[in-house]
Design a protein around this ligand. Structure first.
Ligand code: HPA
Ligand SMILES: [Zn+2]
Length: 330
């Protein structure tokens, strides 16, 4: 089954590129850029990856990304990820990045945009991986700042497939960002948001109502509201679920307790994703393999999950139909 899961053409719709920073590369970039890390070794970094909740992870995630300074750093970060994704049988990646923490430490907006764009072109050439770029706003910072960043990013709007909303969810409801998302809508930029990861089901409804999103990142807490489940089902609203992330951040105790089987039973448009693979026990293939071990799903379920992701991907239709045929015959 693992060989088959690897061969299945997989599209990853929920990935934070800063969350792909492996400890070895963290040390390499820290040395290159003269950044002092509060760890003595790669093993010490790995040992620190014991999370009690989303915030305890975010503290390390924001600290880790301080080693990224130049376009070349972002290029190398993304290329290292594309190489691992290719090994996992991933054919399409939608990578999000968080401009605000980079801007706050003096890294100009063009640095991640240019470095990531170059890596995306190179991944296409080297691995035949297509990709799309998502700029995510950090919801525990002020909405005015997000709006300002959206305007500042104007020279790169053509590079954006969508905007997103991430970071500390509880206490930062979607409605806080109504004006930012309205501006993105005026600009014709599609909108996504993390909702219902740690936050309540009401944040998922809020993301639909206030932010007019075309995808919900996570969304696992929708099951707490039957009317919301019906709404998500009837709209065929995709949920980008991240199984291992939910275990590492204690959204669920064990993968066996995860609501994924219930989400599928309810007819929801679920996709599988890795979120922050360097921090949460591995990439796409590990997530697929872990779901097989936990739920005993047959090939047909994995084909359905792969199809959902391809149907919702920001991808040209010719490539989409070719990949959908490949999934069907896998
Ligand atoms: O898992 C996550 N949740 C919310 N925000 C994030 N930013 C990076 N990873 C995450
Ligand atoms: Zn995420």
């Amino acid at each position: 089954m693992n060989t088959w899961l690897k061969a299945l053409p997989k599209a990853e719709l929920h990935l934070h590129i800063e969350g792909t920073l492996e400890p070895e590369q963290m040390f390499e970039l820290a040395a290159r850029n003269g950044v002092t890390l509060p760890y003595a070794s790669v093993d010490e970094v790995r040992a620190a990856y014991e999370f009690s909740d989303l915030q305890s992870f975010l503290d390390l995630y924001y600290q880790g990304m301080t080693v990224l300074h130049t376009e070349q750093d972002f290029f190398e970060l993304a290329m290292a990820y594309f190489a691992r994704a290719h090994d996992d049988g991933v054919v399409h990646v939608e990578l999000s990045f968080d401009p605000q923490p980079h801007l706050a430490r003096g890294v100009a907006l063009g640095v991640p945009f240019e470095g990531l764009e170059r890596a995306m072109r190179e991944a296409e050439r080297r691995y035949d991986i297509s990709s799309a770029l998502i700029m995510s706003f950090v919801r525990d910072r002020p909405a005015d700042e997000a709006l300002d960043v959206l305007e500042q990013a104007q020279p790169w709007h053509h590079q954006l497939a969508a905007i997103g909303l991430d970071s500390a969810e509880v206490g930062n409801p979607p409605e806080k960002f109504t004006a930012v998302f309205e501006r993105a809508r005026e600009l014709g930029i599609p909108r996504l948001a993390h909702a219902g990861e740690e936050g309540p089901a009401g944040y998922i409804s809020g993301a639909l109502d206030a932010l007019d999103v075309c995808r919900i990142d996570h969304g696992v807490r929708c099951l707490e509201d039957a009317a919301l489940v019906e709404r998500l089902r009837s709209k065929r609203m995709p949920l980008t679920v991240c199984p291992l992330s939910n275990v590492y951040l204690r959204v669920v105790e064990r993968l066996e307790d995860h609501p994924l089987p219930m989400l599928l039973e309810q007819g929801l448009k679920v996709t599988l994703n890795s979120d922050d693979p360097a921090y949460f026990g591995g990439g796409m293939l590990n997530n697929f393999i872990a779901c097989h071990a936990a739920f005993g799903w047959e090939q047909a379920i994995f084909r359905q999950l792969a199809r959902h992701a391809l149907e919702e991907a920001f991808m040209d239709d010719e490539r989409r139909s070719r990949l959908l045929s490949a999934v069907a015959s896998c």
